[in-house]
Design a protein around this ligand. Structure first.
Ligand SMILES: Cc1cc2nc3c(=O)[nH]c(=O)nc-3n(C[C@H](O)[C@H](O)[C@H](O)COP(=O)(O)OP(=O)(O)OC[C@H]3O[C@@H](n4cnc5c(N)ncnc54)[C@H](O)[C@@H]3O)c2cc1C
Length: 1008
């Protein structure tokens, strides 16, 4: 049982998505200084900036290079793309392709001579040189660029590749202290570095597998020992000594909210062991701050270790707090309380935060009611200053570590800080040297965050630094740009915020307002416990009770009776239909909890899948309502001769039969019905035999929304009985079907065999979906996307990945990660939040999967298989992957969590795409590559309804990724797309001779 949540913690949790205006009003009060103090801050900040600029003129180097290529220039973005990928690409051919791809796009020449920095010019010449290598052409002879180009051509691509790799390493070294901890420690006492304290960060991002986590753990242990040894002669207290920074995500492969119990039991002992080791050597340990949805769990871990008896009386354990998060001030209050309870200060590194762009995107995708972070830069600054003010005021609770490169922020801290109050500043290695040289010279302590690692490990970190240096809102970018006046660089964020008409950035719409023409469906993040915990508890209780009523099967007579009723149904006019669908969307969202429960109980849907379905169903209703208003409400006037009006009107066709599958028993069911009704048809909805209860709930809500009972009629029953009766009945004016290709063919034949009108048949069927991965892809990202695409929903999605095609150079790494990541999957009760993979739908599905697996066991090589707990129950099938020798081994869809992996040679990529196309399906496809040319080549070649680049292949969003395939995968048009409704409608043109009665009055009136 969870303990009751203490009030400070509850308040922190309740403010996950705090209202921005309300937050700012409060923060301004906390951060405000009196006018004289404010004036002193301005003057100090100005002087700091002026001195930095004076110095930068003297020693222009990497900073000018980064400024020249900032992210507002195409070349800056291209350069970042090269930096992100080049050093990790194993094979020369792909590396050369990347270089050609990126460098041939930029206008490198325009950067030559714009800046007197040697590095900018050397760099630019280098880029031009390589760029020229690609576009060299006889007409360029005689100019300097061409000369360099010829030189490069003579030297050959390997030399250019080497030169560029060297250049990238140089850039990386700007931000990395050393390849090994020993190198970094040695460098820390070199020259100017001696003036600083250091906190070492062992590079490498999140652990993906248990082996990764073990490797990072050992690396941290070794680093702690090395730092402690290095620090041993020092007489300083723990704050004066070097320390280490730790990322919790590196120490556990499933460091996420949903796995909280496991993380608690496995991660806390690991952190405890590292911190105790650090205590022995008396060197500080700081937990880095990561994504917003990990904040709460990180605090839990911190509290547990901080309060442990082994650390009593020692102040060397601390954590980073991100001011851009709305919960930041509450975290400070909570930490102050913890410190006082434990009777010692918490070493607290206050930062603004490094993941702002991804937080904003994630909140939009998740349909949150707000953002966990501020939407204006000045708001983040004010939050930082308010948090700093709180920390400085609570002397007994904090040893403040103020991490910033912003001169105004620095000046404010100095202004607020009590005379003898111990604290330090922190900066990142490779940034802010010129600023902190002045601060350190004035006698203030500053620590450098010093990343340590090899070139392959540093790439994600490097990208974050390039983003920070290149963003035009960022202080380090602005201070380096002489075109920006000093006054503007040091502008007081409190004044900026007070002067804003609204605290919220209007350029970043709230997630609900993303689409403009209709509201986005609302979601929540499970890590937002105040919101999610009651929902999860209720879903679990309802799913366990299994009290969802009964839905008897209809027989053929029942199906015909439904058609009788539907044929006489009164269909409301378009605008009313749209309003009804919009009401239905609201009701579906209102009933989210019971719907998630029935989805778990009847269809084996995990909680995130259930939430996704509810949102998709609501999106379908709103999207088709929007299209109904746009296309059906009023006739379209057509151009024609005078004296005549010509109008095109869309209308319903008559009873439409919608036959939906069990794998999306809510979303696809509602999507089909909503579309058919939106277009003006009465609908007979025949759900899958396995999921009538979900369908019954959905139809109840549609009726509650005002849709007449005869206009949407539920006909549950067996396909061969009720389904066949509906399809063969001559009154059926159209069929929408989602399911297997075989059933679609049977329906098509049945429709063709009928006498009477030929009616539309909209079929969405299966796919043999493939993902192509070249060696420029990031293996960790690939595997995360593969696991989601192949195993999410137990692989029972039409879009699911079935065949993973790996370029041979990257295959070993991807396969190794795939093994480790599959081993981490939790298979079990779908109503539990920590379950990744639920059951398959029924015994037939299980038998089919087992038969295919037995065949693969004989014919292919098993790569990995997740564990199914013994007590899981009867319908569980372990997700698994097989390596097949060639694509001949598979030519039909196997609907479940079995992934097939095949390797290809780089030169055969397009041949592999052709081989997949030749299977005849065409639903989803994926490509992971950093090379535009490769992506474009695959795009041109791919016969697939939905192509996903550098992301997973599932979870198409209504109106954003209209979904549906071609070939054996379906007829189109795409569900959730702009053309879908037309297929359900008939078109009528009305021509009126307006001159028939009394001549052409309007023509005569306009004659001159
Ligand atoms: C020693 C050290 C350790 C760090 N450790 C961590 C860590 O553990 N975790 C972590 O996340 N970060 C960490 N950072 C912070 C981060 O990487 C950046 O360096 C920092 O945010 C830059 O702040 P600044 O005051 O130097 O720059 P400024 O340019 O003054 O501020 C930049 C901040 O504003 C935010 N911002 C930009 N646009 C907007 C907008 N429209 N709305 C709202 N906010 C906006 C940015 O995201 C960024 O947080 C650390 C920084 C240092 C110096």
């Amino acid at each position: 049982m969870d303990q009751p949540v203490p009030p400070l913690r509850a308040r922190l949790r309740a403010n996950y998505l705090r209202d921005e205006s309300g937050a700012l009003a409060e923060l301004l009060g906390v951060a405000r200084l009196d006018p004289a103090a404010s004036q002193r801050v301005q003057e100090r900040a100005r002087s700091l900036v002026e001195n930095v600029r004076a110095r930068q003129k003297a020693v222009a180097g990497m900073q000018s290079f980064l400024r020249e290529y900032d992210l507002s220039s195409q070349e800056g973005v291209l350069l970042m793309c090269v930096a992100e990928a080049l050093l990790r690409i194993p094979d020369a051919a792909t590396a050369d392709k990347l270089i050609r791809d990126k460098l041939s796009q930029g206008d490198w020449e325009k950067h030559v001579g714009r800046n007197d920095s040697l590095l900018v010019n050397a760099g630019t010449w280098g880029m031009m040189l390589t760029g020229r290598l690609v576009s060299l052409d006889a007409s360029e002879a005689g100019n300097a660029g061409a000369w360099f180009g010829r030189l490069a051509a003579r030297a050959g691509e390997p030399v250019v590749r080497l030169a560029l790799r060297q250049g990238m390493k140089l850039m990386a070294e700007q931000f990395v202290m050393g390849r090994t901890i020993e190198d970094a420690l040695a460098r820390s006492v070199d020259g100017e570095n001696r003036a600083y304290r250091h906190s070492y960060d062992m590079l490498g991002e999140a652990a993906f597998t248990a082996a990764d986590a073990d490797r990072y753990f050992v690396a941290y242990e070794k680093a702690i020992d090395a730092i402690a040894k290095h620090a041993a002669p020092s007489k300083e207290d723990v704050f004066g000594k070097p320390g280490i920074s730790i990322k919790l995500s590196a120490l556990h492969p499933r460091y996420e909210y949903a796995q909280r119990e496991r993380v608690r039991s496995e991660l806390i002992p690991r952190v405890q062991a590292l911190v105790e080791r650090a205590r022995k050597g008396d060197i500080g340990v700081t937990l880095d701050a990561e994504e917003a949805d990990r904040l709460d769990i990180s605090l839990e871990i911190f509290e547990s270790v901080f309060s442990s008896p082994a650390l009593q009386g020692w102040e060397g354990f601390g954590l980073a707090v991100q001011a851009y998060q709305k919960r930041a001030p509450f975290v400070i209050d909570w930490l102050a309380d913890l410190a006082r309870r434990q009777r010692r200060r918490v070493m607290t590194r206050l930062v603004k935060g490094a993941y702002w762009d991804s937080e904003v995107k994630r909140a939009q995708v998740q349909g949150l009611s707000g953002y966990p972070v501020y939407t204006r830069k000045a708001n983040t600054d004010v939050s930082y200053l308010a948090c700093a003010a709180k920390m400085i005021a609570a002397k007994d609770a904090f040893y403040g570590q103020f991490a910033t490169h912003n001169a105004h922020t620095v000046a404010t801290i100095l202004e607020r800080m009590g005379k003898d109050q111990p604290f330090e500043f922190q900066r990142l290695h490779g940034m802010g040297e010129d600023l902190f040289e002045q601060v350190v010279a004035a006698g203030h302590a500053c620590r450098v965050y010093a990343p340590v690692g090899s070139h392959e490990d540093l790439l994600p970190y490097l990208v974050r630094r390039l983003l920070e240096n290149g963003a035009n809102t960022s202080f380090v970018n602005r201070i380096a740009d002489p075109a920006i006046a000093v006054e503007s660089v040091v502008a007081d964020p409190l004044a900026t915020v007070s002067g804003q008409a609204s605290a919220v950035n209007a350029k970043i719409p709230l997630p609900i307002a993303l689409y403009g023409d209709r509201p986005n469906s609302s979601g929540f993040v499970f890590a937002d416990e105040t919101v999610s915990a009651p929902i999860v508890a209720q879903v679990q209780a309802l799913a366990a009770k299994k009290d969802f009523g009964k839905v008897p099967d209809a027989d053929a007579a029942g199906a015909r009776a439904a058609l009788d009723r539907a044929s006489g149904a009164r269909i409301p006019p378009p605008k009313e239909r749209a309003a009804m669908l919009e009401r239905a969307a609201d009701l579906i969202e209102k009933d989210r909890t019971p719907l998630m429960a029935v989805l778990a109980a009847e269809a084996g849907k995990t909680l995130p899948d259930g939430l996704g379905e509810v949102r998709e169903a609501a999106d379908f209703c709103r999207y088709y309502a929007m299209l109904t208003r746009r296309h059906f409400a009023d006739p379209e006037d057509l151009a024609g001769p005078t004296g005549e009006s010509n109008r095109l009107q869309l209308a319903g066709r008559g009873p439409f039969v919608c036959i939906s599958p069990w794998n999306f028993p809510l979303a696809i069911f509602v999507g089909q019905v909503a579309a058919a009704f939106a277009a003006g048809n009465p609908v007979i909805a025949k759900p899958a035999e396995q999921t009538p209860l979900v369908a019954a709930q959905a139809v109840r809500l549609l009726h509650e929304a005002g849709i007449p009972e005869d206009a949407v009629i539920l006909v549950p029953g067996r396909g061969e009985i009720a389904g066949a009766a509906l399809v063969t009945d001559p009154r059926t004016a159209g069929v929408a079907f989602t399911g297997s290709t075989e059933t679609a063919r049977a329906i098509n034949r049945a429709l063709a065999a009928r006498d009477g009108p030929i009616v539309p048949f909209i079929a969405e069927t299966g796919g043999l979906n493939a993902m192509f991965v070249d060696s420029s892809a990031l293996a960790e990202q690939v595997v995360a996307d593969v696991i989601a695409s192949a195993f999410n929903s137990a692989g029972q999605r039409c879009s699911a990945l079935r065949i993973l095609c790996l370029q041979e150079e990257i295959a070993p790494r991807v396969i190794e990660l795939l093994k480790g990541a599959t081993a981490e999957l939790k298979v079990g009760d779908p109503a539990r939040l920590d379950t990744d993979v639920g059951p398959v739908i029924d015994a037939d599905a299980l038998a089919m999967l087992e038969a295919h697996a037995a065949k693969m066991d004989r014919e292919a090589r098993l790569i990995c298989k997740a564990v199914v707990p013994k007590d899981a129950g009867p319908l569980f099938f372990a997700p698994r992957a097989y390596e097949i020798a060639s694509l001949d081994a598979i030519d039909r869809e196997v609907f479940g969590p079995i992934l097939h992996v095949v390797r290809f040679a780089a030169a055969d990529l397009l041949k592999t795409v052709d081989a997949i196309n030749a299977k005849g399906y065409g639903l989803t496809m994926g490509i992971h590559s950093r090379i535009e040319e490769t992506i474009e080549a695959v795009r041109r070649r791919a016969c697939a309804g939905n192509l996903y680049v550098n992301r997973n292949m599932i979870g198409a969003t209504v109106g954003v990724q209209p979904f549906g395939g071609e070939g054996l995968s379906g007829t189109g048009p795409k569900a959730g797309g702009p053309h879908y409704l037309f297929r359900f409608a008939t078109e009528r043109t009305v021509t009126v001779n307006t001159a028939a009665a009394g001549g052409n009055a309007s023509l005569i009136a306009s004659s001159e």
